[in-house]
Design a protein around this ligand. Structure first.
Ligand SMILES: *[C@@H]1O[C@H](CO)[C@@H](O)[C@H](O)[C@H]1NC(C)=O
Ligand SMILES: *[C@@H]1O[C@H](CO)[C@@H](O)[C@H](O)[C@H]1NC(C)=O
Ligand SMILES: *[C@@H]1O[C@H](CO)[C@@H](O)[C@H](O)[C@H]1NC(C)=O
Length: 820
């Protein structure tokens, strides 16, 4: 028999004590143990086993003996005895996990008590596990923060899943959702519990994936299998694993020179994939030339490069700056900024005078190089394409030479006398837009060359000089102009040495070399010398000198310096002439004629006759200009036989000069009455009148004969040597030959020489001396202006008629000039 101990002990102590107690009982009564196994979670009235059968009793006996299951007071009773069939049945659903937790053996102990007799049987009910719990994670969400720099193979332990079931029904395995970076490694044993580790299989990149969510599944070994999941949330932490990256490795920009301060050149930008400080980029120039450092600044934060100085293309055309971008922890990269400075037309061309010939002589040939200029422009390209020009209207032009050199050459001949200097303005313009220009003025002087000869204001000068001038009188002034410069234009005057009537002209005239004033060297006598010509030369002082000449015609003008000369009748005291007047002379008949001449000319020789005194006023009158004495009335017997007239001959000069003479008239028809002449004579009359008359007649005849011969001879000579007359007249009066007989250009009076001749014919031979003296003292030959003329109305042949007593003819010859 088995003693069933119905007592169920929970604690070890109580169990031990209960067993000890049961043992005591057993020692006293017969007692047996019953053992059953049941799965948990069986429903009520589930039959676990048949107690009646196991105790060898019938179910009625159980019922009669009041079989019952005793529990300790507080503990629950999960089983009961079905007295009808003697079965042990589940009284209340058993949850093993509640009763025993994770204990492997879960046994409930009960006591079956039978009465009459009292018997106790111990019942031990072993409860078996059923997979009724799934694995479970403590947290649904497992979070990790993994640095992206984590290396491959790194492990991360995951939370264990928990399964209330035990043994096979506990957590058996883990699995992980498929992913790129992690694999799962399961560790531990079923007994001790299994756990999983995440293993980094592929390195992380925060920049690619910042967060990863994975599903972790835990499964148990039960059947059916149960599982539980949790989410693994991995945050990838940044590591400074990225250098900043510039958007371009080379920034190429062009920048116009003279860009204003602050102008933006370019903005560089670099990005860093990292975050936070690791991704904060700051910019700086890592390598910059000293000159560029003053011109450009970079903004640390924005990367904007700005102009901070004067950009001058002419100084530097190209800058290269290395820019560095650095993140917070010092990772850096660089890029180049290449700045091409572009030209702006900010420089005007420069004109540089390389050489200058100044002054240039006015006879420089066309094309003479005067100056060499060089033009420069600091700009480049079109901005340094220079066009050069010279202003119009100057005889200069620009001739391109090599490269930027130009020569200034003359384009036409120069004349200092027209233009003494030139201001040449050279303009240089570049090809920029807008173009810039500059100017240079060259002041070029033209130097003189003696290329102009002096020019007289007139080619012919006429000078009038009144005779009897004082030596040294200035008679005229010649002027010549020479436009040349200084000595090349300084005019000196001189007379061309020549001869006038064989006498050097210098003995007549002199010229002031500087002023051109011509002076008479000596006194002139119109009656001898009326005009002449001299050549005046004006010569400049150049080397060689240039000269020109002019003719000065000197005209000597008449002055009333000769009183009328009475030819007939002879002056008183020299000879005595008596005219016979027929007694029967009627009124108006010509009784005599006074013949007078004046050596002067013109008005000065215009003679008028007056009767100053007469024996019988009213009987005779005299023609005012003819000198003819005519009877005014018929002569009567009563008239006195001897008539005496005093006649004055006056010229028309200013003041007039006059001469007087006496005319003796004898009214008689008969020469027998001549003896009475004695009475007629004045006291001073010569007693030898008759003989004188005879002598006079003879000598007149002889003289005229000789005269004709001489005239012929002279004519002959003059034809061969025309100047002989001048020579003789001027040089030696003793060599005087009877001079010319008529004038051509004069005022028309009889030549003085003739006057004297006539005087001789009627007067005393004693006058010879006077005659000669008159030539030597105060006369000069009348120069080249006098000549013997064949058709001169006053030719000697006519005058000779006088000798034949044809008075009418004589008077015509003498007086026509006055009226012509
Ligand atoms: C040239 O310029 C100078 C100085 O400016 C001036 O004295 C001179 O008269 C000018 N000459 C001409 C021909 O214009
Ligand atoms: C005068 O002309 C000559 C050349 O004929 C020249 O050499 C000289 O310099 C000139 N004199 C002056 C003062 O200009
Ligand atoms: C005066 O000038 C003329 C022409 O101008 C020339 O024929 C003549 O020879 C010159 N005479 C003298 C003396 O220079």
């Amino acid at each position: 028999m088995r003693i069933n101990c119905a007592r169920i002990e929970y604690g070890a102590f109580s169990c031990v004590s209960a067993m000890f107690f049961a043992l005591l009982l057993c020692l006293r009564t017969a007692c047996g143990d019953l053992s059953y196994t049941v799965e948990e979670e069986k429903k009520d009235r589930y039959v676990i086993g048949n107690i009646a059968k196991d105790l060898g009793l019938t179910p009625q006996m159980l019922s009669t003996r009041k079989a019952r299951i005793d529990t300790e007071e507080s503990s629950k009773r999960y089983v009961d005895v079905d007295l009808r069939g003697g079965d042990l049945v589940v009284a209340k659903t058993i949850d093993r996990e509640k009763l025993c937790g994770s204990r492997l053996n879960c046994i409930l102990n009960y006591e079956l008590v039978l009465e009459n007799p009292l018997e106790m049987h111990r019942i031990s009910l072993k409860i078996e596990d059923v997979n009724d719990n799934a694995p479970k994670f403590l947290n649904d969400r497992i979070t990790f923060e993994i640095r992206e720099s984590a290396i491959k193979g790194q492990r991360f332990r995951l939370d264990e899943a928990h399964d209330s079931d035990i043994g096979q029904n506990g957590v058996n395995d883990y699995s992980l959702e498929k992913n790129d970076h992690f694999i799962l490694s399961v560790q531990g044993s079923t007994e001790k519990g299994k756990y999983a580790e995440l293993v980094l299989d592929e390195e992380l990149d925060r920049e690619q994936q910042k967060e990863i969510d994975l599903i972790l599944t835990a499964v148990d070994g039960g059947n059916p299998q149960r599982s539980g999941t949790a989410t693994i949330h991995i945050t990838v932490l940044d590591a400074n694993d990225n250098v900043p990256v510039f958007s371009q490795s080379v920034y190429k920009v062009s920048l116009a020179e003279n860009a204003p301060l602050g102008a933006e050149v370019v903005t560089v930008s670099a990005t860093d994939a990292d975050e936070g400080a690791n991704g904060a980029v700051s910019y700086e120039c890592s390598r910059i030339a000293d000159n560029a450092a003053q011109l450009f600044t970079i903004d640390k934060v924005t990367g904007r490069i700005k102009v901070s100085g004067d950009i001058d293309y002419e100084e530097e055309k190209y800058y290269e700056i290395k820019v560095q971008a650095k993140d917070g922890s010092g990772l850096a990269s660089t890029a180049s900024v290449i700045i091409d400075v572009t030209d702006v037309n900010d420089n005007a061309p420069k004109i540089i005078l390389k050489s200058l010939t100044n002054p240039i002589p006015e006879n420089a040939v066309v094309g003479t190089e005067v100056a060499i200029i060089n033009v420069q422009d600091k700009d480049s390209g079109d901005n340094r394409q220079i066009r050069c020009s010279i202003q119009q209207h100057t005889p200069f032009q620009l001739k391109p030479s090599i490269k930027n050199y130009f020569s200034v050459v003359t384009t036409s001949s120069l004349d200092r006398e027209k233009e003494t200097d030139y201001n040449i303005t050279i303009t240089a313009t570049d090809g920029g837009s807008p173009p810039l220009s500059s100017f240079k003025t060259i002041h070029i002087f033209i130097s003189d060359v003696n290329d102009n000869s002096p020019v007289f204001e007139e080619q012919q000068y006429s000078a009038y000089l009144t005779e009897n001038n004082k030596p040294g009188t200035s008679i005229c002034c010649v002027t010549a102009r020479d436009p040349d410069w200084r000595q090349n234009g300084t005019v000196l005057y001189s007379l061309v040495s020549s001869e006038v009537n064989g006498v050097p002209v210098s003995s007549f005239l002199s010229i002031n070399a500087d002023t051109g004033v011509i002076h008479a060297v000596r006194s002139f006598d119109y009656e001898q010398f009326r005009n002449f010509k001299v050549q005046v030369v004006a010569r400049d002082n150049g080397s060689p000198p240039l000269s020109s000449n002019a003719t000065v015609s000197v005209f000597i003008t008449d002055e009333n310096d000769n009183s009328p000369q009475i030819l007939y009748p002879a002056p008183e005291g020299k000879s005595l002439m008596t005219e016979m007047v027929p007694k029967a002379a009627l009124s108006g008949s010509l009784v005599s004629k006074v013949i007078a001449v004046d050596a002067d000319s013109g008005q000065n020789a215009w003679l008028s006759y007056h009767i100053v005194k007469s024996t019988d006023p009213g009987l005779f009158s005299i023609g005012l200009h003819s000198g003819e004495i005519r009877a005014q009335r018929d002569i009567s017997e009563s008239d006195s036989m001897k008539q005496n007239l005093v006649i004055s001959v006056k010229d028309n000069g200013q003041p007039p000069l006059s001469t007087s003479c006496s005319v003796y008239l004898l009214i008689s028809d008969n020469l027998a009455e001549v003896p009475e002449l004695k009475d007629m004579t004045y006291e001073e009359s010569s007693s030898k009148l008759t003989s004188y008359l005879i002598i006079a007649l003879v000598s007149v005849s002889t003289f005229f004969l000789t005269f004709i011969i001489l005239i012929l001879a002279v004519r002959f000579c003059r034809r061969r040597k025309p100047r002989l007359l001048f020579d003789g007249a001027v040089a030696i009066p003793s060599a005087y030959l009877p001079p010319n007989y008529a004038e051509v250009e004069g005022a028309g009076t009889l030549r003085s020489s003739y006057n004297y001749d006539a005087y001789l014919t009627t007067g005393s031979h004693t006058s010879d001396f006077k005659f000669i003296r008159s030539y030597t003292d105060n006369t000069l030959p009348a120069g080249g202006s006098l000549k013997l003329s064949q058709n001169d109305p006053f030719g000697p042949s006519e005058i000779m008629l006088n000798d034949n007593g044809d008075r009418d003819e004589v008077s015509r010859a003498l007086f026509i000039p006055y009226y012509s």
